[in-house]
Ligand binder design. Structure first.
Ligand SMILES: Nc1ncnc2c1ncn2[C@@H]1O[C@H](COP(=O)(O)OP(=O)(O)OP(=O)(O)O)[C@@H](O)[C@H]1O
Ligand SMILES: [Mg+2]
Length: 406
């Protein structure tokens, strides 16, 4: 046990921050009074977080609760409002930007991985700290230095491999390798399993357990209860930018967590309709859909009042199938029937006109115009259709549509 049991039983706010006072019981990381104000938004107010060496500490909260903002302050990407305190291994530490955070052994793996695809694995691990010899980047030295780290993590690629040839899971491993290579003590992972298959997730969890056993502190952001059950030693919950509480493993129940995240009891919130809904007519029939590559002839029916799950591992072709049905990619074979009528859907526009909507997997890249307002995004499709027909968007009905949608 890397910390003293005695200090753990105190309420968080009374636990000693100071190594001398606490002995081995001092947390590896203690953040206090963390606030962050963006113009017009108080993203965090007086948040605290206490993390010990050798634990997986889950950070939970609904969308917009402030999890990523807190981690960006920890990593030096954002500056906290005045009054913030940070202790690492009992020593007070000033927040001083990304380089300082790195010096203190803090590494963050963001959801959007931050690798340079055209560089090798070794060059990425050394990104920003390239080794030089006689004024030149010393690729050989970096590659050989990385070998042991990659072996320790069980990587199935070499330091010289160009990153653009790696899968998402392998790229994530490169980021972990970068953290491990430079003696990271506190590793933050922001929803790392989203793009992974079940097998890749299992492998990642094994690796996280290995790092935990080696004494690393891992801050793990996730919305998935099953992952929290499986991995977390403790959980801190944020709500609307405020610290709600930290639960120990033994007090972790889903009901308690949900209540902390949402602020009220959710039992009875959703009306139970399961088993009572009546399946209606077939609304969408897909027959022998194929793109000649990943999607082999595939058929299904979808009825009114029905949710149809498309299951499969990453790479099984689920997204590709959805894109074919929506007319976003060209099919080599297949037919689509909407309410019994055969439709030659060859573009998203035709699919939309047939009453089909497609919410993309990558909303930021494919689903939204991030620099336009909510109002503009909501009315985009109607505005485009009106424009195609030579008309203009009716402003009053556009405003009403936005209000209704919100
Ligand atoms: N750069 C920014 N400028 C203005 N407001 C911001 C900025 N970054 C975050 N916010 C706001 O701060 C709040 C907290 O956002 P944050 O991204 O930290 O939430 P989160 O808990 O990580 O949510 P999610 O689960 O969706 O990732 C939100 O209201 C968000 O809109
Ligand atoms: Mg976030």
């Amino acid at each position: 046990m890397p910390w003293s049991e005695a200090s753990r039983t105190l309420p968080l706010s009374q636990r000693p921050l100071d190594a001398a006072a606490a002995g081995a019981g001092a947390p590896l990381l203690a953040l206090r009074n963390i606030s962050k104000t963006f113009p017009g938004v108080k993203a965090l107010s007086n948040v605290q977080l206490t993390v010990y060496a050798g634990e997986v500490h889950a950070l939970m909260g609904e969308n917009g609760a402030g999890k990523s903002t807190l981690m960006k302050i920890l990593s030096g990407a954002y500056t906290a409002d005045p009054g913030a305190e940070c202790h690492i291994a009992g020593e007070p530490v000033a927040f001083g930007g990304p380089a300082a955070a790195r010096e203190h052994g803090i590494a963050v793996i963001y959801q959007e991985l931050s690798l340079a695809p055209n560089l090798s694995v070794a060059e990425n691990i050394y990104l920003g700290r390239h080794l030089h010899r006689r004024g030149m980047v010393d690729r050989a030295a970096m590659a050989s230095a990385c070998e042991a780290t990659l072996a320790r993590l069980g990587a199935d690629f070499t330091p010289a491999t160009p990153v653009h040839t790696l899968s998402i899971a392998q790229r994530q491993l490169v980021e972990i390798a970068r953290a491990v290579h430079f003696e990271t003590r506190i590793l933050v992972m922001d929803e790392p399993t989203t793009p992974l298959s079940t097998r890749e997730t299992d492998r990642l969890f094994a690796l996280i357990r290995q790092l935990r056993a080696e004494g690393m502190a891992i801050i793990y952001i996730s919305h998935r209860m099953a992952e929290i059950d499986e991995l977390a030693d403790r959980v801190t919950v944020l709500r609307d930018g405020c610290f709600v509480g930290t639960l120990e493993r033994d007090d972790l129940t889903r009901a308690a967590l949900v209540k902390m995240m949402v602020g009220r009891d959710l039992s009875g919130f959703y009306t139970k309709t399961h088993g009572e809904t009546r399946r209606g007519e077939i609304m969408l029939s897909v027959r022998n859909m194929s793109d000649g590559r990943r999607v082999r002839p595939c058929s299904f029916d979808l009825r009114a009042g029905e949710v149809l799950g498309l299951a499969g591992l990453v790479g099984a072709g689920r997204t590709e199938l959805a894109r074919l049905v929506f007319g976003a990619d060209a099919r080599t074979d297949g037919a689509v029937f909407v309410a019994g009528t055969p439709l030659a859907i060859a573009s998203p526009r035709q699919a939309i006109d047939a009453g089909i909507a497609y919410l993309t997997e990558d909303r930021k890249l494919q689903g939204l115009f991030l620099d336009q307002s909510v109002h503009e995004n909501i009315n985009l499709i109607v505005a485009a259709r009106d424009a195609l027909r030579g008309g203009r968007l009716n402003r009053a009905s556009a405003r009403q549509r936005t209000a209704q949608a919100i």
